[in-house]
Design a protein around this ligand. Sequence first.
Ligand code: NAD
Length: 699
Amino acid sequence: MTTVTMEKRGNIALLIVDNPPVNALSHSVREGLVTQMKVCADDDSVEAVVVSCAGRTFIAGADIKEFATGPKAPHLPDVVQKIENMDKPVVAAIHGTALGGGLEIALGCHYRVALSSAKIGLPEVKLGILPGAGGTQRFPRIAGVENALDAILSGRHIKAKTAASWGTIDEVVEADLVDAAIEFAKGAIGKGPRRTGEMEIDGSKYGQAFFDAFRKSVARKTRGYFAPEKCIQCIEAAVNLPLKEGLAFERAAIGECFVHPQARALQHMFFAERQVARIPGISKETPRREINKVGIIGAGTMGGGIAMNFANAGIPVTILEVEQAVLDRGLGVVRKNYERTASKGKISTEEVEARMSRFTGTMSYDDLSDCDLIIEAVFETMEIKKKVFTALDAVAKPGAILASNTSYLDVDAIAQVTSRPADVLGLHFFSPANVMRLLEIVRAEATAPDVLATCVDLAKKIGKVGVVSGVCHGFIGNRMLAQYGREAGLNIIEGNMPHEVDKALFDFGMPMGPMTMSDMAGLDIGYMNRKGMDRADYDTRAADWIDRIVEQDRKGLKTGAGIYDYDEGSRVPKPSLTVMEIIEEESAKLGIERIKKTEEEIVERSVLALINEGAKILEEGIAYRASDIDVVYANGYGFPPYRGGPMHYADQIGLANVYAKICANAEKYGERWWKPAPLLKELAEAGSSFADYDRKNAS
Ligand code: NAD
């Protein structure tokens, strides 16, 4: 198929790349560009060239499908070089997004004209690699070293006007892009080519001290990641080496990235996030319900944050509370959140008011009668939830979707109190709900396909990654978290101190250790939960020491003390002598001889528990795919994306190894928590993987 065509416009050759949907740089596009450049070079009547794209965007990146097989020649760096080597001026006409390889092509062109709505970017780092077709060498030359570091390390999209202020775009136009690019090309005929690769960077400003300071400034964000450091090294090479040597350096660096397990993990996450919206039984043809107005019940920690998502997307929200004072407090928190965002310059003060104007407060259920979706976020007790849903059933209009934000409770039981269980499902947001990307969409027994489809679409609309879960205690995420938390608690009662367990898991890549996280969330929640449970239903050894801490009014960060001590006004955890004494006493009470585990053993125990539970969740059909579980755990619980989520991580270790280790733990710690998931056993014995399991189920 011809994907690159040429039209003559007088003495200008207009190349048109047409490879729907996003003009990805497939083999045919690369070959087409090389062929057409040669035609233009050989045709004396052509004095300048414009590279443009059909459809909705400029070349939006590499063909990621080729990552697995390795691309065929002509390779992208050679294509870019051939364009740059042209003796006739070449102008890129950019609309939509010029991303990754697409931008590298544009950087090979001698000039760039863009629509003001266009964006450019080098997002490779997000896939564990780097811009490997000269991007790390040309971008700093044309945009400046600081801007290149910003763009390449963040992978973010950059608006055309910003890019123009960096010198990367020569002209920004509001309309008629191709005509403007042709005019620009005519003007460039006299000037000839201006090759980015031949530009020089004044290295005197960018010595070792500059790069050391930059590394320090991004250290927190890039902790544990392999590719960002390689990107920095490449940009250093752009400063210090001539183009050819810099390109060779870049080539070697991308080679290291490609073979690194992080690249596979991050690419897995990329595809996994795109898979979540594929739901068995739901297609484009499944009808959707219109969501033009949303109701929220409860303006507490979650209700306010959930409401913000809709207000941000332009959807009006009515929030119901039990008392005016509580409602005012909730809306006050929302306003403060917006004002904080405005003070950082991320939104204007007018936007704060525009968003606030979408909120209506009420204490009457009648005011929810015109809502298309109502989300309940009241206290976590079945009795209250049932009362709320009974009230909702009485007022909600026919066809309204009724959702619960419950963390653990049985959504089927909630649905059953209504006369319309088909309209009920769980929408489990994570805290803070206006920030966290994950949304678990809990499909209850009777949930109608169009309700589910509507919510899957809605998740995307409000900027969330929505993963469908079946009904079980804690759904996908909290059910797994329980295993992880228990094993961390057991490691402590058996010999390690909280800060040691936290350090091990932090070093593994978690944003914080489980004990720090518990202090942040508040220890009283789990405490109260356990008081309502039968002691036979949880591992008292992992929890009793925490209960003793809570009974000393150490409820976590909010009371200034929990598993850790905190200095006045500080959020930095400090090991607590009181707590360490309690732990030692509790171990002694249980007759445990305290033996310290290594960091590796601590991590392995918690992560294996996650994997085993994940396998059960998969087998029970609670999650549709292993990759969905990875998306949940990475986006909701901070499992390092560069490890690809627990299930991908298990595949990387090898399921036979994982299974053997879980069997060994069953011997050592007993079968109660360590009985291997039958699916894990089956896949391990078949030499298979979770990825294979997903592939088979998809076909
Ligand atoms: P919260 O205590 O901060 O807020 C609950 C609010 O609901 C309170 O403002 C209360 O006045 C109001 N409320 C109680 N009964 C009501 C009723 N009958 N009608 C109207 N309003 C009523 O609790 P939260 O942390 O926001 O949790 C709410 C729900 O979200 C729970 O089901 C919880 O399990 C779930 N959840 C919480 C988190 C979290 O991290 N806090 C995360 C995910 C899900």
